[in-house]
Write a protein that binds this ligand. Structure first.
Ligand SMILES: Nc1ncnc2c1ncn2[C@@H]1O[C@H](COP(=O)(O)OP(=O)(O)OP(=O)(O)O)[C@@H](O)[C@H]1O
Ligand SMILES: [Mg+2]
Length: 345
């Protein structure tokens, strides 16, 4: 395993820069999730690390080696794709051994490494099956084993779980994370699913339009988003445009509702997470709104609330007394949970 360092990486197609001066580090044994909306340049970045796309400029270093211009097979990387791309006519074992054969690993060692890789993903009993005789989750694990078998210095995962249904995806997320931690695999994971990134990553890098908006530990990004884009992209958030009135007060829109906010923050958008608002009796609360919608979500209940012309989403565990559509309800939040942020653009 080795650390990865990306410096000032640029990719241009014609007149369009799709990756615009990216700087990113993955420490040895760390899983970093590259997260962002469709088309923001995640796959392009990963492909540049793997060597399938040539950077326009910038530098990529793996361990002590500058790999920027090395061909893919000379880089010590393994990439697992969204479509697992298993060879349909080859057995599971042969699929896993393919990369080793390409690397001219002798048969005895090859067999040993196939066995070890199958063991890691707990599929030893399916070694002789063909891909079509496996479930989607099993195929995905074979693709992962194929990457692991070559003992790469870094594992590159491009939306590896997007073909799986929600339940299986959650299982495999935890499996991959446990394996990655147990083996100390340096991993760069691309996903557009913020929940997946929160579950699996040591660090998250949020990209938009070819640039990094913010990077940090998952809880750091969740609790201290740098801007409106990050706040809205990670978790849910009430984002309210308006202006600061100073001294911990914020006014929504033009002459709209007044919010208590964190006086240490500045910006034209107030960010307040749905779970940071608690509902109570109107006479005992700092603010009062009207309930417009109640949605039961099992473990949580979600409320749509009109607060002096501003729509708020609030999530709660239980259902407070008097919470009926059309009723007035009290709203409370801690000042430090209502943060002012700069608008994105
Ligand atoms: N070979 C190419 N030629 C021209 N433009 C390209 C090429 N490959 C990618 N692009 C463009 O670069 C941008 C980034 O693409 P990329 O595949 O990196 O996005 P992504 O973040 O992986 O998105 P998704 O989540 O949809 O997979 C897109 O606008 C895409 O259309
Ligand atoms: Mg992609």
């Amino acid at each position: 395993m080795a650390s990865l360092s990306i410096e000032n990486l640029v990719k241009r197609y014609g007149d369009t820069q799709v990756v615009r001066g990216l700087n990113l580090n993955v420490a040895e044994g760390e899983l970093v999730a590259l997260l962002g909306p469709s088309g923001c340049g995640k796959t392009t970045t990963l492909r540049m690390v793997a060597g399938f796309v040539e950077p326009t400029s910038g530098k990529i270093t793996l361990g002590a080696t500058d790999i920027t211009t090395l061909p893919p097979h000379r880089r010590d990387t393994a990439m697992v794709f969204q479509s697992y791309a298993l060879f349909p006519h080859m057995s599971v074992a042969a699929n896993i051994g393919f990369g080793l054969e390409m690397r001219k690993v002798p048969k005895v060692e090859r067999d040993e490494r196939i066995r070890a890789a199958l063991d890691m993903v707990q599929l030893s009993h399916l070694a002789e099956r063909l891909p079509r005789q496996l479930s989607g989750g099993q195929q995905q694990r074979v693709a992962l084993a194929r990457g692991l078998a070559v003992n790469p210095a870094i594992l590159l995962l491009d939306e590896p779980l997007s073909n799986l249904d929600a339940k299986l995806r959650a299982e495999v997320q935890h499996e991959i994370r446990a394996l990655q931690q147990r083996l100390g695999l340096t991993t760069l994971l691309v996903t557009h699913d913020q929940e997946e990134a929160l579950i699996m990553a040591d660090k998250m890098v949020v990209m938009e339009g070819g640039v990094i908006r913010q990077h940090g530990a998952p809880d750091e990004l969740y609790n201290n988003p740098a801007d409106v884009f990050v706040a809205g992209f990670i978790g849910r958030c009430n984002l309210i445009e308006g202006q600061s009135l100073g001294s911990g007060k914020f006014r929504a829109g033009h002459g709209g509702a007044v919010f208590d906010c964190d006086p240490a923050t500045q910006g034209s958008v107030l960010a307040l997470r749905p779970e940071h608002i608690t509902l109570g009796a109107p006479q005992e609360s700092a603010a009062t709104g009207t309930i417009c919608r109640i949605t039961f979500l099992g473990a949580q209940t979600e409320y749509g609330i009109d607060y002096a012309g501003t729509s708020l989403v609030v999530t709660t565990r239980g259902r407070p007394e008097g919470s009926v559509v059309g009723n007035k309800i009290g709203l409370n939040w801690q000042q430090e949970h209502a943060r002012l942020l700069p608008a994105t653009h």
